[in-house]
Design a protein around this ligand. Structure first.
Ligand code: NAD
Ligand code: ZN
Ligand code: ZN
Length: 394
């Protein structure tokens, strides 16, 4: 049994104190896990665009500070609360922002991964059990003394910390022999993208695909489509430096909207005799979503939206445009049910069905987390891995 079991742990975390304010690495207190909760020592974490969006505070309703952001990680279980059966101290795990309780009506059906109790909720900042937080400050943001203040949770996970507490529904056990750094990618970006291609669109061999936005999520869509035998994968990005990486993930054609004098969908229709079979929106921009929708073939084209839209603007489509027979749907966490489906997805990744190495473009120590944010903001990284804890593998 861990000597910390049942006790408050004092450790370091990167705390967000306000929109666009640099994160502060500071000491915090982490309470023991309550019933059906798990306390995890985070080994590696990385930054996804959704962390960036929340940190910049574009969507006012989502703002909650001080807060510990982060949702892509890998760690080891330090202790578990009462009733937790499927993980135990010492297990290697990945946190997932979209949980699976295994008992609600949705969890019992195959058709959806949006668990009634633990599905992703960007507004959620408190634990379900008692409406409290498991994090609190020991100092103010300048390191001076102040009354202890609660720190909000984020996206069921909060991984920018040496220790975090999660609902056990959001913790997935992984093979201890798996490459841990790469497993962190399955917490969000890679599972989201590959799953959007495999589970939501169900990309078939010999089909054509267009991917809008070649960050980790979009490139994971491309990698998923490549693995399913798509014959043509058109990558669209306004940052030309993403094209090199795209080739490794099976992208066959590139379009930079800045190089065109016509809308992107017109170019895609020209290239593909009327449009692609599937398109994926992975930028989080509603105007791009319209281009993605119109770039599929009339009659059967299918658009999957994956990007997160912070603006209050609604879908830019005329209802009559749906009479052309194009379909549009959204995908959360790639449609994967985390506990029941990620372990076998991880196995497939380890067998090389999906390549994970190319997604980790940078590595930095935890203290440099603000530099890692900047790399993603500047479009210079896919995933920058931050090592949080040193660990000895058993
Ligand atoms: P990223 O910042 O790494 O990549 C976004 C890419 O889009 C960049 O390469 C950028 O150059 C490109 N881009 C932005 N605006 C563009 C435009 N107008 N035209 C063409 N290209 C443009 O982000 P990421 O981590 O890959 O995440 C992508 C999106 O997916 C984000 O909106 C994120 O919040 C969302 N997301 C959704 C889920 C889900 O479950 N649905 C999960 C994870 C991330
Ligand atoms: Zn994410
Ligand atoms: Zn459920």
């Amino acid at each position: 049994m861990a000597e910390t079991q049942g006790k408050v742990i004092t450790c370091r975390a990167a705390v967000a104190w306000g929109p666009k304010e640099p994160l502060v690495i500071q000491e915090i207190c982490v309470d023991p896990p309550q019933e059906m909760e798990v306390r995890v020592k985070i080994l590696y974490t990385s930054i996804c665009h959704t962390d960036l969006g929340t940190w910049t505070g574009v969507n006012e309703a989502e703002r909650a500070f001080p807060r510990i952001l982060g949702h892509e990680a890998v760690g080891v279980v330090e202790s578990v609360g009462e009733g937790v059966k499927d993980v135990k101290e010492g297990d290697y795990v990945i946190p997932t922002f979209n949980g699976e309780c295994g008992e609600c009506r949705v969890c019992k059906k195959e058709v959806s991964n949006l668990c009634e109790r633990y599905k992703v909720d960007p507004m959620k900042r408190l634990m379900v059990n008692d409406g409290g937080t498991r994090f609190s400050t020991t100092t103010n943001k300048d390191g001076g003394s102040s009354q202890s203040q609660r720190i909000y949770h984020f996206l069921n996970t909060s991984t920018f910390t040496e220790y975090t507490v999660l609902d056990s529904a959001c913790v997935v056990k992984i093979d201890p022999n798996a490459p841990l750094k790469q497993m962190s990618l399955l917490s969000c970006g890679v599972s989201t993208g590959v799953g959007a291609a495999w589970n939501t669109a169900k990309v078939k061999e010999g089909t054509t695909t267009a991917v809008f936005g070649l960050g980790s999520v979009g490139l994971a869509v491309a990698e998923g489509a490549r693995a399913r035998g798509a014959s043509r994968i058109i990558g669209v990005d306004a940052n030309a430096s993403k094209f090199e990486k795209g080739k490794v993930m099976g992208v066959t054609d590139f379009i930079n909207p800045k190089d065109l004098t016509k809308p992107v969908h017109e170019r895609i229709r020209e290239l593909t005799r009327g449009g692609v079979d599937y398109s994926f929106e992975c930028t989080g921009n509603v105007d791009v979503l319209r281009e993605a929708f119109l770039s599929t073939h009339a009659g059967w084209g299918s658009t999957v939206l994956v990007g997160i839209y912070a603006t209050p603007r609604t879908l830019p489509l005329h209802p009559m445009e749906l009479f052309d027979g194009r379909k549009i749907t959204g995908s959360v966490f790639g449609g994967f049910k985390p506990k029941s489906q990620l372990p076998s997805f991880a196995q497939q990744c380890m067998k090389g069905v999906v390549k994970l190495e190319p997604f980790i473009t940078n590595e930095l120590p935890f203290e440099k987390i603000n530099d890692a944010f900047q790399l993603l903001r500047d479009g210079k990284s896919l995933r920058c891995l931050l090592q949080i804890a040193k660990f000895l593998k058993k």
